[in-house]
Design a binder for this molecule. Structure first.
Ligand SMILES: Cc1cc2nc3c(=O)[nH]c(=O)nc-3n(C[C@H](O)[C@H](O)[C@H](O)COP(=O)(O)OP(=O)(O)OC[C@H]3O[C@@H](n4cnc5c(N)ncnc54)[C@H](O)[C@@H]3O)c2cc1C
Length: 371
């Protein structure tokens, strides 16, 4: 049985940030990730739709897209990793579709005008973090299924892609997977206190119920008709649309948040959604949009490494996240809960993922936590 001092569950931004800090402090640790790729909800692809993990020049974001000024941890990390940002594309009109026959244009209005995107796609952050963690410390394609407290430490059961189980012994386990998913999929023995389990099960995973459509084009056709690519629609299937092009030239892209609820999306099927999305893009921005070079759909509600069935109906508005200190630390500090949904300041967001890592590290004795 292998042994480690710290076992980090989940290689999203929170787990990667924590692992990078453990690595630079010279600690013995393992970072375990259930998916075959790193990044969790951060997912960037190239123009063919292949996962680039931010390694290509043109990255299109299928998970998060934006960071914002005034996010201190994002700013500090991007400085440290040499990540460049650029402003969300905004020249041109905003389009509002109230009815299929009623499309209005609003010159100079922008929904996300001040939002920042990452040059090369936000997956760049994932690859830059991973470069600072030794390969032998990371295992992908292994899912943690149980954590058992024993007198001598914690025993962690992991399942590989061939459904083979093995055990790892750890002094401390840091759970960075979304709390609702963790309490559903990991068996904690002894069971966590009922109040803790209830809190975890009741914490919606931010954006887990959503889906994105990404349409890639040779030209920025919407700009040639005077539009920024931003649109709000009460007709759908896309409820909110934005330019998703790389900073430096094409292929150009639009992405839209699908406004159709998860259960209805499942019932209508992928192809019907794609056809309806292209119809809508044509309605809003003209015939140039009729034939995308590539049309990608990422439905996070169908991804069992992010969403549970309770995430299929997203919360109204942004929930009040943030776990009190006594809840973050279980089993006398041997088991710690982390991840964006545990953070107070920007819970659910990238900044929150970094905040949760900072708080976890502070509790382990690596530097002060800011709130
Ligand atoms: C469509 C979409 C749009 C978004 N837009 C934005 C945005 O514009 N700006 C913003 O700030 N945020 C946005 N977010 C939220 C942002 O992506 C998250 O806040 C952030 O990525 C969370 O990081 P995390 O490490 O806390 O969690 P995650 O990224 O969820 O990482 C958890 C990791 O744990 C792994 N895992 C789960 N269970 C197990 C297990 N049992 N064993 C091993 N591994 C496991 C998962 O595979 C995953 O890699 C968006 C999210 C989505 C889905």
């Amino acid at each position: 049985m292998s042994e480690t001092e710290f076992l980090v569950v989940g290689a999203g931004l929170s787990g990667l940030r924590t692992a990078m800090a453990l690595s630079s402090a010279g600690h013995d640790f393992l970072l375990l990730e259930g998916r075959r790729r790193l990044g969790g909800r951060v997912l960037s692809c190239d123009a063919t739709g292949s996962d680039t993990q931010g390694r290509g020049l043109a990255g299109y974001d299928l998970g998060p897209t934006w960071v914002w000024q005034g996010q201190p941890r994002v700013a500090a990390l991007f400085r440290e990793l040499g990540i460049e940002t650029f402003q969300q594309y905004r020249p041109g009109d905003l389009v509002f579709e109230e009815h299929p026959d009623r499309v209005q244009r609003f010159p100079g209005l922008a929904l996300q005008g001040e939002s920042l995107r990452v040059v090369g796609g936000i997956g760049r952050v994932v690859s830059a973090l991973a470069e600072r963690i030794p390969d032998q410390r990371i295992r992908t394609g292994v899912t943690v299924t149980a954590v058992t407290r024993q007198p001598s430490g914690l025993q962690v059961t992991v399942r590989d892609s061939q459904m083979r189980d093995s055990e790892i012994r750890a002094a401390t386990v840091l759970i960075t997977s979304p709390p609702r998913l963790a309490v559903k999929t990991i068996l904690f023995d002894p069971a966590l206190p009922e109040g803790v389990e209830m809190r975890m099960a009741g914490t919606p995973t931010w954006m887990a119920g959503h889906a994105k459509v990404l349409a890639i084009y040779r030209e920025r056709f919407w700009a040639s008709v005077g539009c920024s690519g931003e649109a709000i629609s009460r007709v759908g299937p896309l409820a909110e649309i934005h330019d998703a092009s790389p900073r430096d030239g094409g292929p150009y892209a639009l992405f839209g948040f699908v406004g159709v609820p998860a259960d209805q999306r499942r019932a209508m099927g992928r192809q019907q959604l794609q056809v309806a999305a292209v119809d809508q893009l044509q309605r809003l921005f003209g015939a140039g949009l009729s034939n995308p070079e590539r049309l990608l759909v990422k439905d996070w509600s169908d991804d069992d490494m992010t969403a549970t069935e309770h995430d299929r109906v997203p919360p109204h508005g942004h929930p009040e996240y943030g776990y009190p200190a006594d809840l973050l630390s279980q089993w006398d500090g041997r088991l710690m809960l982390s991840g964006s949904e545990t953070a107070y300041g920007s819970g659910g967001l990238i900044e929150g993922a970094l905040e949760s890592s900072e708080v976890t590290l502070a509790r382990l004795g690596f530097g002060p936590a800011r709130h």
